[in-house]
Design a protein around this ligand. Sequence first.
Ligand code: FRU
Length: 487
Amino acid sequence: ANNQTNFRPQLHFTPRDQWMNDPNGMVFYEGEYHLFYQYHPESTVWGPMHWGHAVSQDLVHWEHLPIALAPDEHGAIFSGSVVVDKHDTSGFFAGKSGLVAIFTHHDTKPGTDLTRQRQSLAYSTDRGRTWTKYANNPVLIEEALPDFRDPKVFWFNPQQSWVMVIAAGDTIRFYKSPNLKEWTHSGEFGVGQGSHDGVWECPDLFELPVDGDILNRRWVLIVSIGEDANFLEGSRTQCFIGSFNGDTFVSEESPAPLLWLDHGRDNYAGVTWSDVPEQQGRRLFIGWMNNWKYANVIPTSNWRGAMTLPRELTLTAEMEGVRLLQKPIPELQAQRRGEQNWAAFELSNSELTVTHGDLLEIIAEFEFDDELEFGLKLRASETEETILGYSTHEQLLFIDRSRSGAIDFHADFACKHSALLKAETGNMKLHIFVDRSSIEAFANDGKLVMTDQIFPLSSSTGIKLYAKDGSVKVKSLTIHTLNSIFD
Ligand code: FRU
């Protein structure tokens, strides 16, 4: 039992108790970042969904607030978004501004056992503290679509209208509205594009400059893919890069290349914050650090589910096309407590314990010309270790959590998975966050990310560097001990 409480992340958002899945309704309003989430207040497994709620001023320290939305006569409250209705287009705010939540109501069709999913509204006039459901819910019904959920809404200035991006089966649909209450279908995306290994869920759509050039912009469409037992990976998130004309999205490359947002197993249903002040120009993302394959059985005690660290998304032009970069938000640097630095050294066919800890930020730069495997062993002890390694000849970055600690709660949890990371110049950079029950690795300035849960013994705290079958130069190594967000 002691071990279980020790799995509580010290840097990541978790519910105080009970079950949590997707992040919902993230919005910045009057100095606060809101985070709502799929929540089951009566159990540590999934059930009738509510929206839990927390607020933060720095995206790192969170204040828990009462449940925002509870099931009603239209059903459970599935995922969705929140917008700031600045000019009271909805008429909910007597000419002032306020918050409107757009979410999926999930229930069964009367007299049948068929599920249905319809879109509804709720609004708040008191900075998200209390919510009123709209009297004429639901506002968007598509009788023919049984899987129709997770609306993400934003204001599209060129057409002075609201846009809704929503998952329908294994495609995305687009709708428009002047007032958030009446919606017109405007487009579709997805047939023959990307991965269809599961039902599509939790889309997001936003525009970003390429390499900071505001005259050269692209739209990013994020799509999560639900769990299908046939696929080892479980639930995952992909993204598309292209254009949006107010009606529909078109991929720049056709067919769209498969772009995974995260190559780890535990980053799902993530979307971005709405209404972040324009002068900041930041696109902030958070995901559910879990996987439907085993989410209901992970070995935590009175709570289940954590969020990833918040990340900033940007675009960069690569040889093969425009690609998404993901970096931990700089606000996390305020948690740094102690810093250890190493001067450059060579590591040949050996391993070296550099420090111990279960709440660390590690920044390492490597240079190699040999064919070898090198990397780090995290949360290591005599019996346990999680390997974050790179194989230079295969150009594969991998995580091996087959000896990471508790693994037997699900047959597919113990695994080694990898992703192609080209390093032609023989240089590689890793930025890693280690917490009580996770590791997040940002490689080459956020070009490739891997997020994985692990459940090690609290005594497995070793951090090692290793080189196998060759020699690597550790050009620089910095390790920060971090303060817990609960301190
Ligand atoms: C994604 C998801 C959403 C749905 C919610 C239900 O994880 O399946 O599509 O709205 O979870 O909790």
